[in-house]
Write a protein that binds this ligand. Structure first.
Ligand code: FAD
Length: 502
């Protein structure tokens, strides 16, 4: 660790802000984190989940997957932090444990499989443990209840130099704090683009609606009950074509169920808002029933949703010139992908480390801004584009099912070819371990998206599956469960048990 004189202000103590503070502190920077919300309550993971007032991160109580890339980065850089997660009740799930039963028997471990593991816990547990670890760093200060309400900057010849921030502590007086570098980790609703625009900057934004809503309900296993097996014929995560579902095992016996619906499924969307109906839908899905039936678990929250799900990329360099110097947006403030893929925290930690390396490598503000943009494009753009492609295919598929059209509709050959390639990967991943391994590496961001497709054995397998046709691959992709019309019948009957609406 080298001593550096630069003072860095990080706005936001969400996952990416904390990871940025951690990465910068490891390099010897003095870091002050400004967070609008209160600190987590003293106590354990349950207190953090049920009691923490976390208004600044609306997704805080939705379940989060922490992908292998993030787990490995934490393990390699901060092994004591990972130990703290285990102490707080988090669990490790390995690649071997994720395999479906039919693949387990013939499974021969390969180099790299060890790295494919996931950390399972509630986001509240992740944030609290991470926050306490960051707070223990001697060169990091976290100021809670500090709302950043403006930016200090100079403008000369159209060039914006960011110099500090204006903050308000609990609606008190406004203060100005000067910083050498400002890191914007204030999330999806960052106000910095607006402030920069007021000074004449133009930030181009790519914004694509994923056209889905995301509903969650949390549960706890009843005393003495164990989690149902996560493999077998009826998996605990999947797609029925008109609804996607998934169980997120958490820590300390807690788990959450998500139901994800296309915007056009208005009747089902209305139904999932009601906790009793939410349970009714879950109980009708064979992969969810073993988890949510009243003998196995009890709901611990109501059902609640998150709409307006967009993939967003903000461009902070325009026509080869940075929109501002000494300002760096990381995490959701810069790049957002559909939460369905569970990539946001992982791209956040990658971005945080990328910034810390950059500030160490490059010292001139103009070069820093340009190089940060270049490295962000190089590392995160392929992930963003993969997510966008998946969103577009998901929208097309859901629309075809809604309109009763065949998935093999060959209108637009290129589009059809791309979709049928995606379906073949999905179909082959369910049956061929070498394809599953590659797809998992890609999904977990352990390699550049799609790199596994360079392998000739994988390519031949995918080709073979493509020749089977989309309908057959989609049959392998979709889970067993009620057809759309049958599910509509389910929600038109009264809830099964009064206690499930609790
Ligand atoms: C429904 C849903 C489910 C998701 N599931 C997953 C998942 O499974 N896996 C995954 O990896 N990602 C998931 N994500 C994405 C993930 O939550 C985000 O990518 C991640 O939280 C981004 O971290 P961040 O630090 O950039 O922003 P945030 O975590 O949103 O943190 C921003 C912080 O800035 C603070 N702040 C904002 N404005 C100010 C201000 N003016 N002054 C001071 N502080 C301010 C906020 O209070 C907050 O603490 C999900 C997202 C959603 C919406």
């Amino acid at each position: 660790m080298t001593e550096t004189n630069e003072n860095i202000g990080v706005i936001g103590a969400g996952i990416c802000g904390l990871c940025t503070a951690l990465a910068l502190s490891s390099k010897g920077y003095q870091v002050t984190v400004y967070e609008r919300d209160v600190a987590p309550p003293e106590g354990d993971a349950d207190q953090a989940f049920f009691e923490w007032q976390r208004r600044g991160a609306a997704q805080f109580r939705h379940p989060h997957a922490f992908l292998a890339v993030m787990c490995n980065m934490m393990q390699q850089n901060y092994p004591e932090l990972v130990d703290n997660f285990w102490e707080a009740g988090a669990r490790k799930v390995t690649f071997a444990e994720m395999l479906p039963d039919e693949m387990k028997a013939d499974y021969i471990p390969e180099p790299g499989d060890d790295a494919m593991w996931l950390l399972m816990c509630r986001r509240a547990t992740m944030e609290t443990v991470l926050r306490r670890y960051v707070e223990s760093r001697p060169n990091v200060t976290i100021n809670n209840r500090n709302n950043i309400i403006g930016m200090e900057a100079s403008v000369e010849n159209g060039e914006i130099n960011v110099k500090g921030i204006q903050l308000q502590i609990e609606r008190g007086e406004t203060q100005t704090v000067m910083q050498d570098v400002i890191v914007d980790a204030s999330g999806r609703n960052s106000r910095f683009p607006g402030w920069l625009s007021d000074l004449g900057a133009t930030i181009d934004v790519e914004d694509n609606d994923a056209e889905i809503v995301y509903y969650t309900r949390h549960f706890k296993l009843k005393p003495g009950e164990k989690e149902p097996p996560r493999t077998g014929k009826d998996r605990s995560a999947g797609d029925l074509g008109y609804i996607k579902f998934g169980v997120f095992p958490g820590d300390n016996g807690h788990f959450a169920v998500i139901l994800c619906l296309p915007n056009h499924e208005t009747e089902l969307r209305e139904a999932v808002k009601d906790p009793g109906r939410f349970n009714q839908i879950c109980c009708a899905i064979p992969g969810l029933y073993p988890w949510v039936n009243a003998e196995k678990s009890v709901p611990t929250t109501s059902s609640f949703g998150f709409g307006n799900i967009h993939a967003v990329w903000k461009h902070f360099v325009k026509d080869g010139k940075p929109v501002a110097r000494n300002y760096f947006a990381v995490g959701d403030a810069a790049v957002r992908t559909n939460p369905l893929y569970g990539r946001g925290c992982s791209t956040g930690i990658i971005h945080a480390h990328l910034l810390a390396d950059l500030l160490e490598d490059v010292s001139e503000p103009l070069d820093r801004a340009l190089e940060f943009n270049r490295r962000t494009e190089e590392r995160l753009r392929p992930i963003f584009e993969m997510s966008l492609r998946e969103d577009k295919q998901g929208i097309d598929r859901a629309k075809a099912i809604f309109e009763g059209r065949s998935l093999d509709d060959k209108k637009g050959f290129k589009k059809w070819l791309r979709a049928s390639f995606g379906d073949a990967i999905a179909g082959a991943s369910r049956e061929q371990i070498h394809v599953l391994r590659g797809a998992m590496r890609s999904f977990n961001l352990m390699e550049k998206p799609g790199d596994f497709l360079k392998d000739s054995k994988v390519r031949w397998t995918i080709l073979r599956y493509m020749l089977r046709g989309r309908e057959r691959n989609n049959r392998a992709r979709f889970q067993r469960g009620p057809k759309r019309q049958d599910m509509l019948e389910v929600i038109r009957t009264p809830p099964i048990r009064a206690e499930e609406a609790a």
